[in-house]
Design a protein around this ligand. Structure first.
Ligand SMILES: Cc1cc2nc3c(=O)[nH]c(=O)nc-3n(C[C@H](O)[C@H](O)[C@H](O)COP(=O)(O)OP(=O)(O)OC[C@H]3O[C@@H](n4cnc5c(N)ncnc54)[C@H](O)[C@@H]3O)c2cc1C
Length: 296
C-alpha cells in the first residue's frame, strides 16, 4: 500500500486525479477500522492531514463554511451558537478521542445511513463543496448527496473541501436512540430545525432508511398547520393533534430494516417519538425567545 502525503489542497487534488482509486484518510476513524478488519486493502491511501485548509472554518452572514476535517470536538466548542443541531449531533458521536479525530467530511465520505452529522445537515440545510483537478469546484445540495447505502455523489477524482451549513435562525434539536448513552452507533436518530425567517421547518432522519432522509410530507404538513393557526406570530402551544400528525408523518417517511441494532417497527416508532419530542423542545425554545424579546 502506498501512502500519498500532499502538503496542500492543490497537491491533494492532483494526487486524486492521478490515482482515482486512492482512498482519502482524514481522522481515519472509519478508514482504519476497515483496514484493520481487512474489509479494504487500497493500493493508495491519500493522507489529508497536512492540508491545513481542511481544518479551518469561516462564519459568513448566512452560513458557516466548515472545512471537511474540522473535528467534532471543535464544532461542539466553537460553533454551538451558529450550528446548534450539528453541535448536539457531534456530542453524541462515540467518545472524546474519536470526536477529536473524526469530522463531518469523513462522515459524508462514508455516507453511512447511521452517521450522526447527516440528520443535522439535512435539517439545517447544507451544501457540500467538492472539487477535482480537472473540473474545479461544484456545490452539491445535501438532499442530493446521499445516493444509496454508504454511497454518495462524489466522482472518483473528487474530494470534499468543506460543508456550507446555514446558520441557525431558530431553535434546533438532535435526538438519537442507542443501546447506551456513549460510544454507540444510532439505532435511529432525528434532527429538527425551525426556520422562523422562512416560517418553515426541516427534518433529518438517520438510520431508518437506506440513506439519511428528510420527512418532507411531515415538514409540509407542519408548515401549513403553523401558518394556518398563526402560530409563528401568536406563539401558542402546538396542539397535541398537530404534534401527533407530524410524528406519524415522520414515522411514515422511514423505510427501515431489521438488523442487530433494532427492528424496523421499533425504528419507525422511535422516530415518531423523537419527532414529537424535538418538536416540543424546539417550539418551547421558540416561544421562550419570543417572550424574552417581547419583555425586552
Ligand atoms: C469506536 C468508534 C465509534 C464511532 N461512533 C460513531 C458515532 O457515534 N456516530 C457516527 O456518526 N460515527 C461514528 N463513528 C464513525 C466515524 O468516527 C465517523 O464517521 C467520522 O465522522 C469519520 O471521520 P474521519 O475524519 O475519521 O474519516 P476517515 O475515516 O478519515 O474517512 C471516512 C471516509 O471518508 C472519506 N473521506 C475523508 N475525508 C474526505 C475528503 N475530504 N474528501 C473525500 N472523502 C473523504 C474516506 O476516504 C473514507 O471513505 C465511530 C467510529 C469508531 C471507530
Amino acid at each position: 500500500m502506498d501512502f500519498l502525503r500532499p502538503a496542500s489542497w492543490e497537491e491533494a487534488l492532483a494526487a486524486k486525479a492521478e490515482h482515482p482509486t486512492a482512498v482519502p484518510i482524514a481522522g481515519g476513524t472509519d478508514v482504519m477500522v476497515e483496514i484493520n478488519f481487512d474489509h479494504r486493502r487500497p493500493e493508495y491511501l491519500l493522507d489529508l492531514n497536512r492540508v491545513g485548509d481542511l481544518y479551518e472554518w469561516e462564519t459568513g452572514e448566512d452560513s458557516v463554511r466548515l472545512g471537511a476535517s474540522v473535528p467534532y470536538s471543535t464544532i461542539m466548542e466553537q460553533l454551538r451558537a451558529e450550528l446548534p443541531g450539528l453541535a448536539l449531533a457531534s456530542h453524541t458521536v462515540a467518545s472524546p478521542q474519536i470526536r477529536n479525530r473524526g469530522g463531518v467530511g469523513g462522515n459524508l465520505g462514508t455516507a453511512s445511513p447511521a452517521g450522526d452529522a447527516h440528520p443535522a445537515l439535512l435539517a439545517a440545510g447544507a451544501e457540500v463543496e467538492v472539487a477535482s483537478a480537472a473540473r474545479g469546484t461544484r456545490m452539491i445540495p445535501i438532499d442530493d448527496f446521499y445516493t444509496g447505502v454508504k454511497r454518495n455523489a462524489l466522482k472518483p477524482d473528487e474530494l470534499i473541501r468543506a460543508v456550507h451549513v446555514k446558520k441557525a435562525d431558530g431553535p434546533q434539536q438532535y435526538s438519537k436512540v442507542g443501546t447506551r448513552n456513549a460510544m454507540v452507533i444510532a439505532v435511529c436518530a432525528f434532527g429538527l430545525a425551525l426556520h422562523p425567517e422562512t416560517r418553515t421547518v426541516r427534518t433529518g432522519i438517520g438510520s431508518a432508511a437506506p440513506t439519511p432522509v428528510r420527512a418532507k410530507a411531515a415538514e409540509e404538513f407542519l408548515d401549513a398547520a403553523l401558518a394556518e393557526g398563526g402560530f409563528w406570530d401568536n406563539g401558542k402551544i402546538i396542539t397535541p393533534s398537530v404534534a401527533k400528525q407530524f410524528a406519524d408523518l415522520c414515522a411514515a417517511a422511514c423505510n427501515p430494516i431489521d438488523d442487530v441494532r433494532g427492528t424496523a417497527s421499533y425504528r419507525r416508532h422511535a422516530v415518531g417519538v423523537m419527532a414529537r419530542r424535538t418538536l416540543t423542545w424546539t417550539w418551547e425554545s421558540y416561544r421562550g425567545a419570543r417572550h424574552t424579546e417581547g419583555a425586552a
